[in-house]
Design a protein around this ligand. Structure first.
Ligand SMILES: NC(=O)c1ccc[n+]([C@@H]2O[C@H](COP(=O)([O-])OP(=O)(O)OC[C@H]3O[C@@H](n4cnc5c(N)ncnc54)[C@H](OP(=O)(O)O)[C@@H]3O)[C@@H](O)[C@H]2O)c1
Length: 247
């Protein structure tokens, strides 16, 4: 059987975002014995104790920084087998997700769209030369179940839901384009589950009814899902258990 991206000799990955899930993914990837390097991208990435980690600056609100990070990495590695985006925003500063229609405010709504929707597409474009033709690759981006249009039972969270739904459409469209230009790169939107993180903290109380994953559990689950993907999965939306989520 052909090797998947995670089994490549001299495995190189790009983890975008160094929040709870991003850091946990970086650690989990470093624990794989074939991992040669992990580029970790974020606004404030400190050097790691492991010299295989390449810290690079990126700000989702600064498109030039995305291109600069990709060019800086091209100077260090010839190709990567995995690009995974974990950047996302639900609340920041005084901004909280909208409870009702009249809460929508243009500036934060556009910011959510730039970070949650447009950024993954700009990343895919900037890093596409490193996802080489003719070798197995993966581009995964963390979406959210609440970005599923057909699954929307509760309402609210307009900008977050809509920007994740927009991300899903962009990923599906990239999957179609790359089925020709990057035939061996699998493109997926992943829901990480509810994870203990800064993003989820205001919404996960002690009596929260659903399971809350620790970041390391989530990272292990996502790598398992990614490891089980094949070409027919490109352009799909999966949860942390590998179950399909309706668009
Ligand atoms: N946690 C959950 O329950 C849950 C559920 C469903 C989906 N998700 C999705 O999973 C992903 C990871 O979330 P998480 O739980 O790991 O949250 P997190 O710990 O808050 O991580 C989010 C990351 O996004 C980064 N970020 C925000 N704005 C940025 C910008 N302008 N430029 C660069 N980086 C920026 C943050 O960096 P700074 O530290 O620089 O702010 C942080 O590293 C997100 O896409 C989220 O929507 C999470």
């Amino acid at each position: 059987m052909a090797k998947g991206p995670l089994q490549s000799d001299n495995f190189c990955a790009v983890v975008v975002g160094n929040g709870a899930v991003g850091n946990a993914l970086c650690e989990a990837l470093l624990a794989l014995e074939n991992t040669r390097s992990v580029a970790l991208l974020g606004r404030h990435v400190e050097p790691w104790d492991d010299e295989r980690v390449v810290p690079l600056f990126v700000d989702a609100l600064e498109p030039d920084s995305i291109v600069a990070a990709a060019l800086a990495l091209e100077e260090r590695v010839q190709c990567v087998q995995m690009l995974i985006n974990t950047v996302g925003v639900l609340h920041w500063d005084k901004y909280l997700p909208e409870k009702r229609l009249r809460d929508i405010d243009t500036a934060p709504a556009l910011q959510a769209f730039q970070i949650n929707a447009l950024f993954p597409a700009l990343l895919a474009d900037a890093f596409s030369p490193l996802l080489r033709k003719g070798q197995p690759g993966i581009f995964a981006s963390l979406s959210a179940r609440v970005g599923s249009i057909s699954d929307n039972q509760l309402g609210g969270w307009y900008s977050y839901r809509a920007s994740k739904a927009a991300q899903n459409m962009l990923l599906r469209t990239i999957a179609r384009e790359w089925s020709i230009s990057h035939r061996e790169t699998i493109v997926v939107a992943l829901h990480p589950g509810t994870v203990d993180s800064r993003l989820s903290a205001p919404f996960v109380s002690a009596n929260y009814p659903n399971r809350v994953l620790q970041p390391a559990e989530c990272a292990a689950a996502l790598l398992k899902v990614i490891g089980d993907l094949d070409a027919s999965d490109s352009g799909t939306f999966l949860d942390w258990q590998g179950k399909s989520i309706p668009w």
